[in-house]
Design a protein around this ligand. Structure first.
Ligand SMILES: *Cc1c(COP(=O)(O)O)cnc(C)c1O
Length: 362
């Protein structure tokens, strides 16, 4: 493969080409320092500017009210599955979870592992997680309600967020963070591993409502597990994931300056998804697997009517320059991830390939 391909990977995933080119151009000599960004102190002014800019860009893109903080953490979303209940649930506290699939289940399991008082307020497990539950039986005494905004594996997405009667949402936003505007006031905590829509693996973007930093102050936990540590030290208590923050800053600059913000990004994402779902629905050779009302704009999951053609489809697609179309190993089938950096040109190429494949094999 000598050319870049159209990248439909689920994560780590495509990054904007212009960002990669800037990273490449700066690699040997970052802002006349004579060093790469990988080689400078996280306490240097040079890195300090990168960190502050990343924080400010996240604040602007999310339109964050003053009482929210932006934190940069390591350990991926999976560490947040444990950090959230550790930080928010003290003795006697309860929380509700909504189960929309693998990742939501894993978040719940970490809370139970820690001995926290959590329960499912709703689940779509009995429908194989092909949809988002329509009703949730929310405990009015719950401290928070945990949701997964986009189910990366099954291809479902909360189009509108659940009404919790004012109880803050704690949200795993890994696979649709920065893909659309978010009504931040509904949320107490938003977290996402960077590797889907924001940058390289190893960085987790966390947005937290200030008062929640103090919800469980007496709990004994390692210093690095406490959100307040990151907030008090501007995410620099210890060495932060410098390169990840540097790339994320550039991706957010691209979102702000080239795309024009999250409203504009959301309409581009909607157009891409509509084009691909339209192609799936035009034939029964391909079959979308998620309930129509809950279809994800980020991860389009589908099967071929002839299941035995799926492996050939994925293989031939790659040979045609369309990569990352294999479904998650737990469900099989196909999946096209349409994150921010995967453009309409990629979708058009995929649709053309699908039509051609059907004509040859159908
Ligand atoms: C990818 C993904 C995760 C896992 O993230 P890690 O950073 O690998 O821990 C969790 N939740 C969702 C929704 C994901 O898509």
């Amino acid at each position: 493969m000598t050319e870049r391909i159209h990248n439909f990977n689920p994560g780590p995933a495509a990054l904007p080409l212009s960002v990669l080119e800037k990273v490449q151009a700066e690699m040997l000599n970052f802002r006349d320092s004579g060093m790469s960004i990988l080689e400078i102190s996280h306490r240097s002014d040079l890195f300090g500017e990168v960190l502050a800019s990343a924080r400010n860009r996240a604040r602007r893109l999310f339109n964050l009210p003053d009482n929210y903080r932006v934190l940069f953490i390591q350990g991926g979303a999976s560490l947040q599955f444990a950090m959230a209940p550790m930080n928010f649930l003290g003795t006697g506290d309860r929380a509700d979870y909504i189960n929309t699939g693998t990742w939501a289940t894993k978040a719940f399991e970490q809370a139970t592992l820690l001995g926290k008082n959590v329960r499912y307020a709703a689940s779509s497990e009995d429908q194989s997680f092909s949809c988002i539950p329509t009703k949730a039986d929310i405990d009015t005494g719950a401290r928070y309600v945990h949701i997964t905004s986009n189910n990366t594996i099954r291809g479902t997405q909360w189009r509108t967020y659940p009404d919790t009667g004012g109880i803050p949402l704690v949200c795993d936003m890994c696979s649709d963070m920065l893909s659309r505007p978010v009504p931040v006031e509904k949320f107490g905590l938003i977290y996402a591993g960077a590797q889907k829509n924001l940058g390289p693996a190893g960085l987790t973007l966390v947005i937290i409502r200030e008062d929640m930093l103090l919800w469980n102050p007496d709990a004994v936990m390692p210093t690095l597990m406490r959100y307040k540590t990151y907030s008090d030290h501007y995410s620099m208590y210890n060495t932060p994931p410098c390169f990840g923050i540097y790339v994320a800053e550039k991706v957010m600059a691209w979102l702000e300056e080239d795309i024009g913000g999250l409203e504009a990004m959301a309409s581009l994402n909607a157009a891409k998804a509509e084009r691909l779902y339209g192609a799936l629905d035009a034939t029964d050779f391909y079959q979308g697997t998620a309930a129509e009302a809950d279809r994800s704009l980020m991860n389009v999951t589908f099967r071929l009517r002839h299941r035995d053609l799926e492996a050939i489809f994925i293989k031939e697609a790659l040979a045609a320059g369309l990569g990352g179309l294999k479904g998650h190993k737990s469900v099989g089938g196909c999946r096209a991830s349409l994150y921010n950096a995967t453009g309409m040109d990629a979708v058009e190429s995929l649709v053309a390939f699908m039509k051609n494949f059907e004509k040859r094999m159908g």
